[in-house]
Write a protein that binds this ligand. Structure first.
Ligand code: PPS
Length: 567
């Protein structure tokens, strides 16, 4: 049997031991895994991250960050770490066993903690992701979502996380290896994707399989991808439609519950290792593989072929051969897809970028047959109705007394008058009465308050309604987290009500500024507490010398220009 098809070691114990361990683990201190940690744990346990035996300890972590290798020299590009809160870390010391639970509280594994440390996150960002720039989704995660302390140690697997969706399409490395063995597939080329497949992708995967003289594994990521991507339910329905267009004897599909980091070159190497573990012999690496988009200066984080270069350098160690991505374009004269570098000058070449595709979906415009498959387009249209039929959130932010509530109320009435979607107002005061009555104004409490508002608004947006929020929301990072949550489902329109502090204090509608100046109210925004001025809100309104009606109208015009309401 060729090496790629031999079963891999997993971290699970036997069924009987698992029952016993589970009962014992109920008494251990337990950590509730985040969605990303749950993805990581699944791949640790099933051998997807072979040869890792648990979450990285400090020596391995330092070595991975510095030189892309475990402490023993094995190539490993991405830190797979268990970040925890300070409160939890305080209760744990090396030598302790802990239980790892999913979000429902089910015990999936135990971990013997060997290491506990506070990582240098700025350094991790620089070394692993190339820059300590929060425009990078993984750097943002590192600083704003991940806990401050890392725990490391070997994991003992009890059971895999439960998936209720597309069960038959999910395979562990050993299940895929067994399938390839059964089918007699010795050479398998994997195609990694986080996007729907269109005709160009089909052509390039055909070509890759032909070139590598291999069978084809479509291996989409359904764990976590880049914020804002098409959700995996829609994508899998699209993949299933496209799969029918491949010869079934040569191609198969399996879903990978990976949490991507968008780490470009390092990520490509990681993807290669993971596919090797899944029994593949070849791996397609594209232009700007796992690219995170633009940095805060508007430039690309990585060069378009950095990933291919790094992969090529380590190909032997990864143990999988790279098939580099041919950029396929449609040649109109010959009505077929061809590799861009093989086309003669003067040929008419057509292409629709991702941005253009989203625009056409948003505006309900035609998506031609040469670009995609009708089944894929209709799935995408179902998921992305024109913007004027989608839910959205208008998020006002500004000082107390800036006029947020008044404008928000006027806007709500105007939208209700239009009557095409249900409207909910989550005003600062209403929320503090109904949702956050126990909270004060510390940073922690304010963040909690805003996250609650964000959660409710995201549910409203997801279900096709309009949410209008009007809290102070003084922290940029929290506003950004809310934006990301909501943008999965619809537009997030940030409106900075830019009334100056002096004007708010002059008006002092509620008499609070005076009390704040006298020190009778502590932590008062603008006086004794910070306010991060929004850098790039969708709209900034100035209330000084402008009436409320006019301000609300400016917001309506903005919504109209974004296609969110019919003109
Ligand atoms: S936050 O920071 O977004 O959670 O604040 P928010 O929920 O919008 O609540 C702001 C309202 O609470 C009153 N208030 C204070 N504001 C700021 N700082 C302090 N310390 C404070 N204490 C009470 C104030 O009336 C705010 O109302 P608005 O509607 O903004 O004027």
């Amino acid at each position: 049997m060729t090496e790629n098809l031999v079963p891999l070691p997993e971290l699970y114990v036997s069924f009987e031991s698992a029952q016993k361990l589970k009962a014992e683990a109920a008494d251990l201190p337990s950590w509730d895994l985040s969605p990303r940690q749950t993805c990581d744990l699944e791949l640790l346990m099933n051998g997807g991250f072979h040869p890792l035996k648990g979450f990285l300890g400090q020596a391995d972590y330092d070595s991975v960050v510095d030189r892309m290798r475990l402490a023993d020299g094995t190539l490993w590009p991405i830190p797979v770490t268990l970040d925890v809160s300070d409160a939890f870390a305080e209760t744990i010391e090396p030598g302790h066993d802990i239980a790892l639970r999913d979000q429902e509280g089910v015990i999936l594994a135990t971990m013997t903690v060997t290491d506990k440390w506070v990582p240098d996150k700025a350094r991790e960002a620089e070394m692993v992701f190339g820059a300590d720039d929060a425009a990078h989704p993984a750097v943002n995660y590192l600083h704003n979502a991940a806990g401050r302390v890392y725990l490391g140690g070997p994991v003992t697997g009890i059971q895999p996380p439960v998936h209720y969706d597309f069960k038959a399409r999910r395979d562990t490395p050993n299940e895929l290896r067994a399938r390839f063995r059964k089918l007699g597939w010795r050479r398998v080329v994997a195609f990694q994707t986080r996007n729907p497949l269109h005709r160009a992708h089909q052509e390039l995967t055909f070509r890759a399989a032909r070139e590598a003289q291999a069978n084809l594994l479509i291996h989409p990521v359904v764990g976590m991808t880049k914020p804002g991507d098409v959700d995996h339910f829609t994508r899998v329905r699209c993949y299933e439609a496209v799969l029918d267009k491949y010869p079934s004897a040569t191609t198969t599909m399996s879903l990978l519950n990976l949490a991507m980091r968008m780490a470009g070159p390092r990520e490509a190497v990681w993807h290669g290792i993971i596919r090797r573990n899944h029994g593949c012999t070849h791996f397609i690496v594209g232009r700007d593989h796992a690219g995170p988009g633009k940095n805060s200066q508007g430039e690309d984080f990585y060069g378009p072929y950095d990933a291919q270069e790094l992969f090529r350098k380590h190909q032997d160690e990864i143990g999988i051969e790279m098939v580099d991505f041919k950029h396929m374009v449609y040649v109109q004269d010959r009505a077929q897809y061809e590799a861009a570098d093989e086309i003669e000058d003067g040929a008419t070449v057509l292409n629709i970028s991702g941005t253009e595709l989203r625009r056409r979906l948003r505006e309900g415009l035609e998506i031609p047959d040469w670009f995609s498959f009708p089944e894929v387009v209709s799935e995408l249209r179902r998921r992305y109705p024109p913007r004027s039929q989608q839910g959205f959130t208008v998020f006002f932010t500004g000082f107390s007394g800036s006029g947020k509530s008044t404008i928000a109320n006027a806007l709500m009435i105007k939208l209700m008058e239009m009557g095409d979607r249900p409207v909910t107002l989550l005003d600062g005061d209403i929320v503090r009465k109904n949702l956050s009555s126990e909270l004060g104004f510390s940073k922690e409490h304010r963040d909690l308050n805003i996250r609650r508002i964000g959660y409710v608004a995201s549910e409203i947006t997801k279900n096709g309604g309009i949410a209008i929020c009007a809290p102070i929301a003084p922290y940029a990072a929290t506003r950004r987290a809310v934006r990301e949550e909501i943008e999965q489902y619809g537009a997030f329109v940030e409106v900075h009500v830019a009334t100056s502090l002096e004007e708010c204090e002059r008006r002092d509608r509620k008499g609070l500024y005076r009390l704040a100046r006298e020190g009778k109210i502590k932590e008062f925004t603008g006086i004794s507490d910070p306010y991060d001025v929004p850098e790039a809100p969708e709209l900034r309104v100035d209330t000084e010398g402008v009436d409320v009606d006019n301000c609300a109208h400016q917001v309506l015009l903005k919504l109209e220009s974004m296609g969110l309401i019919a003109g």
